[in-house]
Design a protein around this ligand. Structure first.
Ligand SMILES: [Zn+2]
Length: 448
């Protein structure tokens, strides 16, 4: 009897060991017969095979690649379709899309996170495998995505956007004034959406709090904004000393500050203080474009769609400000091209899942100024370079936005050639056959 039990135990141990070995094996995906847009080039490659092991692109070869078939191996017949890097949106607010503005501030935090998780899944299903979150309480969402609890893109979080009193990001009502310095925080501050700071010391505290929570870069608002009621568009908000305090704190942490700024004055002050990335910049003059180029500063632009402007009610403060900004969009893209500025691409979709659905279409609209290859490079390899500025604070060390040996395996298999027809990326449900992030397949409708 004793002997029989021993044998049974032994058999069980052997089978458990076999299962463990199988589970421990890194998943392998082989894309056969694909033409590659590598994130940088101007044309697709000839037919290639691409091997992904774990979360990394291991091999790219015109010759067949042999793989041993196991339960963790997937072989995808490309049939000449296009393999390209996952898309990157450099100006995204993961927590501020699915909610209405008032709900984002006063609504239930748990509910808002669940809404954001739902939208994060949609974002990934549109082929956006990475976003740079430039303001909003996205740390919890990021963690849940990274742990595989919910599906979504990689998030490079800034945490709360940091503003002065009355600046872009101060969402208080006049009835909440005056603030007692060191007193109770406003609701948006309590939930980590934005933080108000009115001295270099306060700026340092707020910046370091974001870094403590895992911010990969810091977002400040250096001038007025469209959607905030109490920030005129013409103002410069933080003093240079305040901006420098943020830059020092970020750089001590090995990362950088991105500043929201429209006007020449706000942009120049931010650059003087050491800011490395300007968001929007739509009211800059030509001399400032030249300065940005000379200094190698990043310009993070968004081809904001016309319906966003029209969404603000006629006669509202926001609409008056939007009417000032919108003509600057085309002009700024032209300046960015003229001076060969390092230009990131993003959408800045806010409070609209309908508009978020058009994320790919907004990218495709860049063909007003760029070739399809240039536009797609911006949303892949170029944005990948911007993300890498997070240095050691990069939550996903490895190369993003390119298809090359050793890069992280964020990949899209596209039915058709997006360099010939960029509108393919506007209909991801139809044309994206495989969506892979970090070596894991989230969508696969390719037939063998
Ligand atoms: Zn924004």
């Amino acid at each position: 009897m004793f002997h029989r039990t021993c044998i049974l135990v032994l058999i069980n141990l052997v089978s458990i060991a076999a299962i463990a070995q199988d589970q421990g094996a890194e998943p392998v995906t082989l894309f056969e017969n694909v033409r590659i847009f590598d994130g940088k080039g101007t044309a697709l490659s000839t037919a290639m095979n691409v091997l992904v092991r774990g979360n990394v692109i291991e091999r790219i070869s015109a010759d067949p690649i042999a793989v041993s078939r196991s339960s963790t191996t997937a072989i995808i017949a490309g049939n000449g379709r296009t393999l390209m890097p996952g898309l990157i949106d450099a100006h995204w607010h993961a927590m501020l899309i699915a909610t209405a503005p008032a709900e984002a501030i006063t609504g239930d935090v748990g509910y808002n996170n669940l809404l954001a998780a739902n939208e994060a899944n949609d974002t990934l299903m549109r082929g956006f495998t990475t976003v740079r979150d430039v303001g909003g309480p996205a740390f919890g969402l990021k963690r849940a995505i990274d742990e595989g609890i919910v599906n979504g893109p990689r998030i490079f979080p800034s945490g709360a956007m940091i503003t002065v009193t009355s600046g872009h990001g101060d969402f208080r009502q006049l009835s909440e004034l005056p603030r007692i310095v060191g007193g109770r925080l406003s609701r948006m501050e309590q939930i980590g959406g934005s933080m108000i700071a009115d001295s270099p010391d306060e700026v340092r505290v707020r910046v370091r709090e974001q870094l403590m929570q895992g911010a990969s870069q810091i977002k400040l608002t250096a001038g007025g904004g469209v959607s905030s009621r109490f920030s005129p568009i013409d103002v410069s908000t933080f003093t240079e000393t305040e901006l420098r305090a943020a830059v020092e704190a970020a750089e001590n942490w090995g990362t950088y500050v991105a500043a929201h700024a429209f006007t020449t004055a706000a942009i120049r002050r931010a650059i003087a203080a050491g800011v490395k990335c300007i968001e929007h910049g739509f009211l800059m003059d030509e001399e400032t474009a030249r300065l940005i180029a000379e200094k190698g500063i990043w310009l993070s632009l968004q081809p904001l769609p016309e319906e966003l402007r029209q969404g603000f009610p006629v006669g509202s403060i926001q609409r008056i400000k939007a009417d000032q900004i919108w003509p600057g969009i085309a002009r700024t893209y032209e300046l960015a091209k003229k001076y060969k500025i390092k230009t990131a691409w993003g959408t800045d979709v806010l409070f609209s899942r309908a508009l978020a659905k058009r994320q790919g279409a907004i990218l495709a609209s860049l063909t007003r100024w760029y070739t399809a290859a240039e536009a797609l490079a911006m949303a892949t390899s170029v944005n990948g370079e911007l993300l890498a500025m997070a240095g050691k604070r990069n939550p996903y060390p490895g190369k993003l936005g390119v298809i090359e040996k050793g890069a992280l395996a964020d990949l899209l298999l596209v039915d058709g050639d997006p360099l010939a027809d960029i509108d393919l990326i506007a209909e991801p449900e139809k044309h994206f056959v495989v969506i892979m992030k970090d070596g894991k397949i989230y969508k696969n409708t390719a037939s063998r």
